[in-house]
Design a protein around this ligand. Structure first.
Ligand code: PEP
Ligand code: MG
Length: 549
C-alpha cells in the first residue's frame, strides 16, 4: 500500500479500480504532403462533419447546459472560416492532419487574444481538434473511456465534452493531475457530489485496473489498500450516507448558536433544488450569469422579470443579489470593452459598473421594483470593492434607488484591511473567499500551475476574515461567506469561529456543512480558528484546526 496526495473536493470517499483517460494524441508531424490535395481535403471534410455530428449527438443525449457547450463545439468544427484555412494549408503542401492541427491552433490563439470568456472556450477547440485528428488516424477519440462496471476516473483534467456525458452510476470518483479547487472538474464534482481530488502531482502512479481508495476529505489516494483500509472506507461511506439523508434543520452549532445556511445560485430555475436541500435563502445570486451571451445591456423590464422570479421562489426568505460582476473570467460585452493585460486586476466588478453607471442604476432600479413586488427580504451587494469610499458610493446609490439593505463583497485585501470603516458605511459584508484568496496570495485562480496557492485555509486569508468578523461584531453588522470556502465543512466551522454569521454555498454541500456545524460548539469553533490563524501555512492551518478536536 502507498499513498499519494492532492487537493480534495468535498468529503466523499470511494473505493474502486482506476480507469485512465487516454492521453492527448501526439501532435501531427510537419512533413510535406505526398498525397493528392483533393483526397486530403475530402478526408478532412468528412472527419470534421463526423465529429460535429458526434458532438451534436452527445449534446442531445446530455441535454441542459452541456448541450449548449457541445453544440458550440460542433459549430466550431463546421466553421466555414476554419474549413477554408485547412484547405489553404493543404494547398500549400501540408498533410490533412497537420493542416487541421495548425488551423485549430490559429483559431485558438485568436480566441485567447480576445481574452476572458472567449479565451476559456479556447480549450474546447483543442478538444475538437484532437477528435478530428483521431478520426483521420482511425483511432479512438480522446475522452471518457467506456466501461460496464464502476470505476475511478484518472485524467489530466476534464474538458466540458467529457464531463457532459459522465455516467454518474459508473464514475465513483475523479482524480486529476492538473486543475485546482476552482477548476471545471472541481466545480462539476462539487455540484454533483462526486468525490474528487485535483492537482495530484503523482497521478501517473495510478495505472488502469489498480484498486484505490479516493478520500476527498483527507485529499489522499491509497493505492492497493489493505482489507482493513477498505473496511474503514466502507464505514465512512455509510456515515456520509447517513449525513446526506439526515433531517433538514436550520444551520446551527451544537450549542444552538445559529448559522443560516444559504445557496449560491446563478439562475432562478435553480431555486427549487436549493430549497429541497434546505437552503434557508440565497447568499449569492450571480446576476452576470444571466447575461453572459448578451451583446447589449439587459433592459430594466427583462431584469425585473428574472429577479421577481427568483424572489418569488424565496418568498419570506433572505435573498442576497450581487450587482453584475463583469470582467476578468466573466467579461460582459456591454460592460467590458477595453483590452487589458491583467484583467483580474483591471476594470472589473464595481469598477466596471462605476464606469458605466447607467447600467448599474438600471440594475438597482430593476431590483427595487422586484423587491416591491414580492415578500422576499432582498439584500443587494457590489463585487470587487476596494475600500470604504467605494462601499459608501455603492450603498448610497442603492438606497437612493430604493434598495433597503445594501452591502459589499470582501474580495480585495484592501477592503478587509479597512474592515472597521467598511462596516461603518455598509449594511453587511459578504466574503468572496475565491477572489480574496486569489488576490491575497497573488495567484490567478484559473491557472493550474499556481493552483496550490488557491487555498482559503491559508492563515493570511483567515487573518483577513478575522478582521472582517471582528469589525462586523463591533458594528453589529452581519458578515457572511459566499466563496467555495463555505462549502468545506471543516473550514466552515473555522469561519464561524472567526466571527462569520452565515454561510452560502453550492446547494449540494449544504448537508455536509449542516452536519459538521451541528457537531461543534462555538467554543470549539473559536479554538480551531485560533489554532488555524497561528499556523504558518495552509496545510498546517488545516491540521492545527483538526488537532484541536
Ligand atoms: C468569490 O470570489 O469568492 C465569489 C463568491 O465570487 P465569484 O466566485 O463569482 O468570483
Ligand atoms: Mg468573486
Amino acid at each position: 500500500m502507498s499513498q499519494i496526495q492532492g487537493i480534495g473536493v468535498g468529503r466523499g470517499i470511494a473505493t474502486g479500480p482506476v480507469l485512465t483517460m487516454p492521453e492527448p494524441l501526439a501532435e501531427p508531424a510537419s512533413i510535406p504532403r505526398t498525397t493528392d490535395a483533393d483526397v486530403e481535403k475530402s478526408a478532412v471534410a468528412e472527419a470534421l462533419e463526423a465529429v460535429a455530428v458526434e458532438l451534436d449527438d452527445r449534446g442531445a443525449r446530455a441535454g441542459g447546459d452541456a448541450q449548449h457547450v457541445l453544440e458550440a463545439q460542433a459549430m466550431m468544427a463546421r466553421d466555414p472560416g476554419l474549413v477554408d484555412d485547412v484547405n489553404q494549408r493543404i494547398d500549400d503542401g501540408s498533410t490533412g492532419e497537420r493542416a487541421v492541427f495548425e488551423a485549430f491552433e490559429a483559431f485558438r490563439e485568436m480566441l485567447i487574444g480576445l481574452g476572458g470568456y472567449m479565451a476559456e472556450r479556447a480549450s474546447d477547440l483543442s478538444d475538437v481538434s484532437q477528435r478530428v485528428v483521431a478520426h483521420l488516424r482511425g483511432v479512438a477519440a480522446p475522452g471518457v473511456p467506456d466501461s460496464d462496471t464502476p470505476f475511478i476516473l484518472v485524467a489530466r483534467d476534464l474538458a466540458p465534452a467529457d464531463t457532459a456525458l459522465l455516467d454518474l452510476e459508473k464514475v465513483l470518483a475523479l482524480v486529476t493531475s492538473e486543475g485546482g479547487p476552482t477548476s471545471h472538474t472541481a466545480i462539476l464534482a462539487r455540484s454533483r457530489s462526486i468525490p474528487a481530488i485535483v492537482g495530484v502531482v503523482d497521478a501517473d502512479q495510478l495505472t488502469a485496473g489498480t484498486v484505490v481508495i479516493v478520500d476527498a476529505g483527507a485529499g489522499t489516494i491509497t493505492i492497493e489498500p489493505s482489507s482493513s483500509d477498505i473496511e474503514s472506507a466502507e464505514l465512512r461511506t455509510a456515515e456520509l450516507k447517513k449525513i446526506a439523508s439526515a433531517p433538514i434543520t436550520p444551520g446551527a452549532l451544537a450549542d444552538g448558536h445559529e448559522v443560516p445556511l444559504m445557496a449560491n445560485l446563478g439562475r432562478p430555475s435553480e431555486a427549487a433544488d436549493a430549497l429541497a436541500l434546505g437552503a434557508e435563502g440565497v447568499g449569492l445570486f450571480r446576476t452576470e450569469f444571466l447575461f453572459l451571451d448578451s451583446t447589449s445591456a439587459p433592459t430594466v423590464r427583462q431584469q425585473r422579470e428574472a429577479y421577481t422570479a427568483l424572489l418569488t421562489a424565496f418568498a419570506g426568505k433572505k435573498v442576497v443579489v450581487r450587482a453584475l460582476d463583469a470582467g476578468s473570467d466573466k467579461p460582459l460585452a456591454f460592460l467590458n470593452d477595453s483590452e487589458e493585460e491583467n484583467p483580474a486586476l483591471g476594470l472589473r466588478g464595481l469598477r466596471a459598473l462605476r464606469a458605466k453607471e447607467d447600467i448599474l442604476r438600471e440594475q438597482l432600479t430593476a431590483l427595487a421594483e422586484a423587491q416591491a413586488a414580492t415578500t422576499a427580504d432582498l439584500w443587494v451587494m457590489a463585487p470587487m470593492v476596494a475600500d470604504p469610499a467605494e462601499a459608501e458610493y455603492f450603498v448610497t446609490l442603492a438606497k437612493e434607488l430604493g434598495i433597503k439593505v445594501a452591502g459589499v463583497m470582501a474580495e480585495v485585501p484592501s477592503l478587509a484591511l479597512m474592515a472597521r470603516e467598511v462596516a461603518g458605511v455598509s449594511d453587511f459584508v459578504s466574503i468572496g473567499t475565491n477572489d480574496l484568496t486569489q488576490y491575497t496570495l497573488a495567484a490567478d485562480r484559473l491557472l493550474g500551475s499556481v493552483a496550490h496557492y488557491q487555498d482559503p485555509w491559508h492563515p493570511a486569508v483567515l487573518r483577513l476574515i478575522a478582521m472582517l468578523g471582528e469589525a462586523g461584531r463591533e458594528a453589529g453588522k452581519p458578515v457572511g461567506v459566499c466563496g467555495e470556502a463555505a462549502a468545506d465543512p471543516d473550514l466552515a466551522v473555522v469561519l464561524v469561529g472567526l466571527g462569520v454569521t452565515s454561510l452560502s454555498m453550492t446547494p449540494a454541500a449544504l448537508a455536509d456543512v449542516r452536519a459538521e456545524l451541528a457537531r461543534t460548539t462555538l467554543e470549539q469553533a473559536k479554538a480551531r480558528a485560533a489554532a488555524a490563524l497561528a499556523a504558518p501555512s495552509a496545510a498546517e492551518a488545516r491540521s492545527a484546526a483538526a488537532a484541536v478536536g
